[in-house]
Ligand binder design. Structure first.
Ligand SMILES: [Zn+2]
Length: 293
């Protein structure tokens, strides 16, 4: 039986002990695929179309407040996926919905063996996995239809350990983040759902309808090296808005902050280019990543 154990948090446990998997969608309230995946899984387990035999499954709609209004956070400064760091979580709840929500979700993430946090981006992209590249992680995300891993061991993204997957890794579990594509595009929903169900089957939570064929994907692996933020002078790209993972050569002129050129210090790719209508002063415009495999 699926039980609501908190606001937009549901849990179903098998009769036998096993792996605890948490699936999160809508940690950013404007990212539709993750929200729909969690709602779909909620219906499947509520109506007992599938049963959990072993272990435990927790389904979470992350940022309920912004899912209602289709926004990323309750303000530009409030990002639920930058709230999962120890200093914040052991301290008092701050004056924001996201702080309160992170405190509610942290114990669940801490007790999870595996977390699957489903995101999407402000521009169109091939699916990719912005999380760690280890054999333990690979064993889980091999079931997702993605061939790019974007690692961030230096915490370039949040300036410190702060995302759900980083927190779960820190707590000893396996934290996975999956960027499925453009935030308004839900066409990858069936593939993402299938990937999650295969992970649940592979981990013994559910019984697969037919024997699982383990995929053997090979990955292009990148490591985030730099964050480029919006200054008061604004920014313009010299070659037009980049593709996600567009290559840049060492010394290449990427654009201008006012008159100040932004030049690639090393060869790599542009990662997480943010749609121009979402640029905010002091926040990221794009990142640079270096190929490591
Ligand atoms: Zn997101």
């Amino acid at each position: 039986m699926l039980h609501e154990i908190g606001s937009s948090i549901w849990q179903v446990a098998g009769v036998k002990l096993g792996t605890h998997i948490a699936v999160l969608g809508g940690v950013h309230g404007d990212e539709k695929t993750g929200i729909e995946v969690v709602k779909n899984l909620h219906d499947i387990f509520l109506n007992e179309k599938l049963k959990v035999d072993k272990g435990k499954l927790t389904l979470i709609l992350g940022n309920e407040e912004t899912i209602k209004i289709g926004e990323r956070g309750t303000s530009a400064e409030h990002n639920l996926n930058r709230m999962f760091f120890d200093k914040h979580l052991v301290g008092p709840v701050l004056d924001s919905y996201e702080s309160r929500r992170a405190h509610e979700l942290a114990p669940i993430l801490k007790s999870s063996d595996i977390s699957l946090d489903i995101h999407s981006t402000s521009v169109s992209t091939v699916p990719f996995l912005p999380c760690a590249f280890t054999p333990r992680h690979e064993k889980i995300y091999q079931w997702f239809d993605a061939r790019i891993v974007l690692t961030d061991p230096d915490f370039v993204l949040g300036g410190q350990r702060s995302t759900t997957d980083e927190y779960v890794d820190y707590c000893g579990g396996i934290g996975i983040c999956f960027e499925t594509g453009w935030a308004n595009d839900t066409s990858r929903l069936p593939a993402v759902k299938k990937g999650i169900l295969n992970i649940l089957a592979d981990q013994g939570l559910i019984t697969p309808t037919k024997p699982l064929q383990s995929p053997t994907p090979s990955y292009k692996v990148y490591r985030l090296t730099r964050k480029i933020s919006l200054s008061e002078t604004g920014f313009r790209y010299t070659k037009g808005f980049p593709e996600s993972f567009q290559e840049v050569k060492m010394g290449e002129l990427i654009g201008y902050h006012g008159d100040k050129p932004e030049i690639a210090e090393e060869g790599g790719v542009i990662a997480f280019p943010r749609a121009a209508d979402q640029w905010k002063l002091g926040h990221d415009i794009f990142f640079i990543a270096r190929r490591i495999k």
